[in-house]
Design a protein around this ligand. Structure first.
Ligand SMILES: Nc1nc2c(ncn2[C@@H]2O[C@H](COP(=O)(O)OP(=O)(O)OP(=O)(O)O)[C@@H](O)[C@H]2O)c(=O)[nH]1
Ligand SMILES: [Mg+2]
Length: 427
């Protein structure tokens, strides 16, 4: 089975929580804090596997969740960092945001070619253990930071094969016969329509330079509305630099070759005007059975449209070498394969899930505040220093903690307690 489009769910690992722990040893009555940090969560990383040519693996597995970091422990034990989760995809895979359909990453771009990987989501960092929060004025910090949650995302993987030239034409025009003659690929060839059911790539060796050619299933009128096998296989020639129109010049099936060309080009246009405007070559096949009239019509068509044409009898290899070399020469002057630019910048960093929350409890007139966002700041404040305190007050205001306290009905002179730091509130 050939699968070239799938939606999958990915999630980076959560960071482990920091630990709250105090040294307890024989003969040491008041040990200091010794809670270790949490470990980092695993990243989600896409890699390219040259050996794959379909997204079939994703039919059976659509959920990819990286492991979480371990929690920190006493005796300053750092929680274990989780392993990253690597997801191998075939060459030519484009990763899109499933919600918007926008390109996140083309796994064929220069960046991936260099590094061999793309980190799409980073695992959450581990939280600090209480060891980090000891200061001369706060020797028994009863709190630690929780790990940061890993981000999640739904992505769509789309396989767009990496071919320089793409063969398009009606069923039985002889596309697969051509590929079998000019490359080592051995696609199935038969007289019935829709012999080719999924795209085939062939590597071609030619004088002006080697290239990759794609043979795709035949198109018929209405392919863009789903007739026949539909037009979805055109995605595999979307990156192509050159389109080879393969046409049955014999008209043996009762069709006119010029009509065939018009139909195919119409379908290309409906699929993608950008693709339809790519440079072309005309391969007029089955010339052994073609009338002089048909040959002349095709010659005229090629001349009028400024398209190079090769008359051939692919079945016996007549004209196939000429076509092979012509494609190679044409490619020399054409721009490189299309690479899809990212359309959205992903925020890969994992977020502090509960960092948003401000919890306030009034216990016997003392306002106890819990707010992740302030923990790091508290640690850096010197409470004996005026400037440092002024800064702290500013932070309390800017982070919305003052507003939250006022909402809870705090009055001048009331006591506030934040992670072991106590002070009186004055407006
Ligand atoms: N007479 C004649 N028959 C040919 C020629 N080239 C190919 N054929 C025959 O045409 C039939 C179709 O060839 P294929 O190469 O399978 O055609 P295709 O375009 O790949 O067809 P689909 O995969 O169905 O789209 C086969 O029976 C071939 O042997 C030719 O030059 N002359
Ligand atoms: Mg075929």
């Amino acid at each position: 089975m050939f699968i070239d489009k799938v939606k999958i769910y990915i999630k980076a690992g959560d960071g482990g929580n920091g630990s709250v722990s105090f040294r307890r040893e024989k003969y040491i009555s008041h040990g200091g804090p010794d809670g270790g940090d949490g470990g980092k969560g695993g990243d989600i990383i896409f890699t390219v596997d040259e050996g794959q040519n379909t997204l079939l693996n994703f039919k059976y597995r659509r959920k990819f969740v990286a492991a979480n970091g371990d929690n920190g422990m006493g005796s300053k034990f750092h929680g274990k960092n989780a392993d990253n989760l690597e997801i191998p995809v075939p060459p030519g895979t484009v990763i899109k945001d499933a919600e918007t359909g926008k390109v996140i990453k083309d796994m064929s771009d220069a960046d991936v070619a260099e590094t061999g990987r793309y980190v799409i989501l980073k695992g959450g960092k581990g939280g600090f253990g209480n060891t980090h929060f000891a200061t001369p004025t706060r020797q028994t910090p009863n709190f630690a930071k929780s790990g940061i949650k890993g981000k999640e995302l739904e992505v769509e993987l789309e396989l767009k094969m990496l071919a320089d030239a793409g063969l398009v034409g009606m069923p039985s025009a002889g596309k697969s016969t051509i590929v079998s003659m000019i490359s080592a690929a051995k696609p199935k060839i038969a007289e019935y329509h829709f012999t080719t059911l999924s795209p085939v790539l062939g590597v071609v060796d030619a004088k002006a330079g080697g290239y990759v050619i794609a043979d795709i299933p035949g198109l018929i009128e209405g392919a863009s509305e789903g007739e026949g096998l539909g037009h979805q296989f055109l995605r595999h020639i979307e990156r192509c630099r050159l389109i080879v129109n393969v046409v049955d010049a014999s008209g043996i099936e009762g069709r006119d070759p010029i009509d065939d060309l018009k139909v195919i080009n119409g379908e290309l246009e409906k699929y993608s005007p950008a693709l339809a405007s790519r440079p072309r070559i005309l391969a007029a096949n089955k010339i052994d059975m073609a009338s002089v009239e048909n040959k002349e019509k095709l010659e005229k068509y090629a001349k009028e449209n400024g398209i190079p044409v090769v008359f051939m009898c692919a079945a016996i290899g007549e004209g196939t070498d000429e076509l092979k070399e012509l494609i190679s020469r044409e490619l020399v002057n054409l721009p490189p394969l299309k690479i899809y630019e990212p359309e959205i910048e992903l925020d890969k960093e994992s977020f502090e899930n509960d960092g948003e929350e401000i919890k306030i409890k009034n216990v016997n007139g003392v306002y106890h505040v819990e707010a992740e966002r302030i923990v790091n700041v508290i640690n850096s404040i010197n409470f004996n220093d005026y400037e440092s305190m002024a800064y702290f007050q500013k932070v309390l205001k800017n982070t919305g903690i003052i507003a939250a306290l006022e909402e809870k009905g705090i009055k001048d002179g009331d006591t506030v307690s934040i992670y072991g730091v106590e002070f009186d509130y004055y407006k």
